[in-house]
Design a protein around this ligand. Structure first.
Ligand SMILES: [Zn+2]
Length: 264
């Protein structure tokens, strides 16, 4: 039998955005603009055998450069979730945007295995990743850090599907970025899909509305379909930036901003 995990979403940042800013070609829907809060999360899946961190948040510099409010830095956020970098066995990077890899230095001195998809790594370390409409979503120094980790044998590149650990699967879906991954986690109850930025807001899935930052629109729509299939088969989908995550899963008994999605 597969292992089971407790799954936590850690809300470490927030900002005020708007529908016109977050949905691709929002004018096509002929609706007035409206304010939308964008929350920033990373995720932890753990059981007594291992502790897997999925994404790492933005760095203080990466957040400040874009006017994002950091509520708590990566290491204290982990502490709030009852863990620490040294306890982490695996770090999965769903994609290379600044708000997902900026906290990586907290883990590079540990024994944790760091993984991301080969397609994602190749894109952002290649020439196309430096073009303006792509590059603004990343920090050059953080991409250099990925290169250094790869050269040092500290970064594992995966194919389109990879078992991270028993009960934890990475699935490459693309769309938002060329190698964007989602992560499924087995729990004591229904499985959890950590959609990361394949689904920023539930509205993307529920109203079939692509997000504004997109590498392949066709792949983004196909990812929606794939995630809907997982949901139809019983999985609980955790969106990557939606304040509704707290509403749908938040437990007031937990530490502030550490949202428990599933208990082990
Ligand atoms: Zn993001």
């Amino acid at each position: 039998m597969s292992e089971r995990y407790e799954v936590l979403a850690v809300r470490y940042g927030t900002r005020q955005a708007s529908a016109a800013e977050v949905f691709l070609n929002y004018h096509a829907y002929r609706e007035p603009d409206r304010p939308l809060v964008m929350d920033y999360f990373f995720w932890v899946a753990r059981n007594p055998a291992r502790s897997v961190v999925i994404d790492t948040g933005f760095s203080p510099a990466g957040g400040a450069a874009r006017g994002r409010a950091m509520l708590v830095d990566t290491v204290p956020a982990l502490r709030a979730a009852g863990t620490a970098p040294d306890a982490v066995t695996h770090v999965v990077l769903t994609h290379a945007h600044y708000d997902h890899i900026g906290g990586l230095p907290a883990f590079t001195g540990t024994a944790a295995e760091i993984l991301m998809t080969r397609d994602e790594y190749d894109f952002w370390t290649g020439p196309m990743g430096r073009r303006g409409q792509f590059a603004h979503t990343t920090e050059a120094s953080e991409l250099d850090h990925l290169r250094e980790l790869r050269a040092a044998g500290r970064l594992t590149l995966t194919g389109r599907a990879k078992t991270i650990a028993p009960g934890i699967e990475l699935i490459q879906v693309g769309g938002h970025t060329p190698g964007q991954a989602i992560v499924t986690v087995a729990t004591a109850g229904r499985p959890v899909v950590l959609a990361s930025d394949a689904v920023h807001y539930y509205e993307e899935l529920e109203r079939d509305r692509p997000f504004s930052i997109v590498a392949s629109l066709a792949d983004m729509y196909a990812a929606f379909d794939q995630i809907r299939e997982l949901a139809a088969a019983g999985a609980r989908v955790v969106a990557g930036h939606d304040p509704l995550v707290a509403e749908r899963f938040g437990d007031p008994a937990d530490a502030p901003d550490v949202i428990t999605i599933a208990r082990a």
